[in-house]
Design a protein around this ligand. Structure first.
Ligand code: C2E
Ligand code: MG
Ligand code: MG
Length: 544
């Protein structure tokens, strides 16, 4: 049987066509969706990433100010927030670095770098507008002593207070900076007034007038100020600052408090530098010599000791007295080398005499600065005495009263150490330093040396005689031997004997002289007078 199904192909295929069309549209829609979706995703990722990349490029060029905003809160949004935090961090760190670079951490004032920048800027403006300005350099006096004796933390607090006082005393428009150490700088527009810098210097002095109290310690502070004005003393920042520095140095040296720069200052400073070079050379090349001046024990009428006094045999200038270089050496810090030289040679000479039977105590002058090097000084003396095989009691260190008052703490501690070692000590130029009786009592000294101005003034002014007499009594009450220096006349000597003075020294007996001359003088004196010097003197002279 055969059945014929008569349907058209079209008809037969129609359902498939529908499916296929539907499938086509579905695919097209899917594709469109896919494209749209990818586009959306691409936009939400690539664009913010691009923004971040641009921001990173800006940072690379040093622009930290603009934050990135990606406008979304997803992971990329998170990334942008972190990126912005990082920017903030960089900005605040950079600000801190700048602050550290331009601010003095201790005082919070601008530092030297900032001061220089502002000075340069001010000079540029002053030049354009023909406006005068002034620079002040302020250096604390004896600040090192505060640091050394009271310790650095106290020193730091003192500097902070000094900075605050100066800042408080001046106008907001004046720049106050710490230039380093104990040196401060002030920059001010003078407005054409010639007196303005002096007025400001006075304000600073007044601000520092009241004593500082740090951790219960009261200390007097003082400063030296140098002033330089634009355009008279320097036409650029560097030369102005250097002129103010030179003026400050002159003020400090002359203890005048404040100086305005003067071109002659530079020449003087140059001279000082030459002198310092020559002084160094003097010690190394053996140009220093010691002269010895006898000290006479009045009770036994005998030379008991000598004082070593240094002289400089300058190849061109001849004999230079200590008054012309000791003060200078003290200021420049070179005194330490001179003191060591003097101590070594005086101890050696004393040892040589001692071993020949000529037992003369040796007086050596030391400076305030030497006392601050206490351990170094004590050790040096210890070694020199051991080398010369000399009993410590044969050495007597003379320290001026003003040196003791300069730095009472280290003086006291050094004197105690010397005393423990057996070295004798003497207060030189007594009567000129205003030390109190209480202070003298505490000091471990053996001798008071009355300043020669009182001794030589005894004849003319009975008040001087009264001072000498009461000083002798005071010394004896404190258990100290009393020496009168600068005895020039028989009348003075007679008075001193009457007052009970123990030892006398002066031109009346002998001027300072070198070792050989002293030996001859001692021999002559023994023949002429009843002074009993050891017979070993001849031996000493023979040994030369
Ligand atoms: P000084 O320690 O008070 O020494 C006494 C000074 O008075 C010496 O001066 C001495 O020559 C002088 N003189 C002594 N008798 C008389 C007198 O009868 N009349 C007068 N008008 N003067 C007299 P010189 O040698 O010029 O020393 C001056 C100062 O220099 C010394 O005063 C001392 O402070 C210091 N000096 C000397 N040598 C040294 C040293 O080696 N080291 C230190 N640090 N200072 C020294
Ligand atoms: Mg002396
Ligand atoms: Mg003296």
């Amino acid at each position: 049987m055969l059945a014929v199904v008569q349907r058209s192909v079209e008809e037969g295929l129609a359902p498939f066509r529908r499916i296929s069309t539907a499938f086509f549209w579905l695919s097209a829609a899917g594709l469109a969706l896919l494209v749209a979706g990818s586009l959306i995703i691409a936009r939400s990722i690539t664009r913010p990433v691009q923004r971040l990349a641009e921001a990173a490029a800006r940072v690379q060029q040093g622009d930290y100010a603009r934050h990135v905003d990606v406008g979304q809160r997803d992971e990329i949004g998170q990334l942008a927030v972190s990126f912005n935090h990082m920017l903030d961090g960089i900005v605040s760190r950079e600000r801190e670095i700048l602050r550290l670079a331009y601010e003095d951490v201790l005082t919070g004032l601008p530092n030297r770098a900032m001061f220089n920048q502002q000075l340069e800027q001010a000079v540029r403006t002053a030049r354009r507008a023909a406006q005068p300005l002034a620079v002040l350099v302020i250096d604390m006096d004896r600040f090192k002593a505060i640091n050394d004796t009271l310790g650095h933390p106290v020193g730091d607090r003192a500097l902070r207070e000094v900075g605050a006082r100066m800042r408080g005393a001046l106008r907001d428009s004046d720049v106050v900076a710490r230039l380093g150490g104990d040196e401060f700088g002030v920059l001010l527009a003078t407005g054409g007034s010639q007196h303005a810098p002096r007025v400001v210097a006075d304000k600073i002095f007044r601000a520092l007038d009241a004593p500082l109290v740090v951790e219960g310690q009261t200390m007097d502070i003082a400063a030296s100020i140098g002033i330089a004005c634009f355009p008279e003393h320097g036409e650029d920042a560097a030369s102005l600052l250097s002129a103010a520095d030179v003026a400050m140095y002159i003020a400090k040296r002359g203890k005048t408090g404040c100086e305005v720069y003067d071109p002659a200052h530079h020449e003087r400073r140059q001279e000082y530098l030459t002198l310092l070079g020559e002084l160094r050379h003097a010690v190394e090349a053996g140009e220093l010599v010691l002269h010895y001046q006898p000290k006479i024990g009045l009770a036994e009428d005998r030379v008991t000791s000598v004082e070593a006094l240094v002289r400089w045999r300058h190849p061109q200038r001849g004999f230079v007295p200590p008054s012309e270089f000791i003060g200078f050496a003290e200021q420049t810090g070179y005194i330490g080398a001179i003191t060591q030289w003097v101590l070594a040679h005086a101890i050696e000479q004393c040892g040589r005499w001692h071993h020949l039977g000529l037992h003369l105590c040796m007086g050596v002058n030391i400076s305030a600065r030497d006392l601050r090097q206490e351990d170094a000084l004590v050790q040096f003396i210890f070694a020199a005495l051991a080398e010369a095989q000399l009993p410590a009691g044969m050495l007597c260190l003379e320290i001026t009263e003003s040196a003791l008052m300069d730095d009472p703490r280290s003086a006291q501690s050094t004197l105690r150490k010397l005393r423990e070692m057996g070295v004798a000590t003497s207060i030189d130029d007594y009567g000129t330093g205003y030390s109190s009786l209480g202070y003298i009592k505490q000091l471990a000294v053996n001798e008071l040396k009355i300043d020669r101005t009182f001794v030589s003034g005894m004849e003319a002014d009975h008040r001087n005689a009264a001072i000498v007499r009461s000083t002798i009594e005071l010394g004896h009450n404190l258990g100290l031997a009393v020496v009168a220096e600068g005895v020039e006349t028989e009348h003075e000597l007679a008075q001193l004997r009457r007052f009970g003075c123990d030892v006398a020294q002066g031109y009346l007996f002998a001027r300072p002289m070198d070792a050989a001359a002293l030996e001859s003088w001692l021999a002559g004196a023994r023949e002429k007078t009843s002074w009993k010097t050891a017979d070993a003197l001849d031996e000493a002279r023979g040994a030369r």
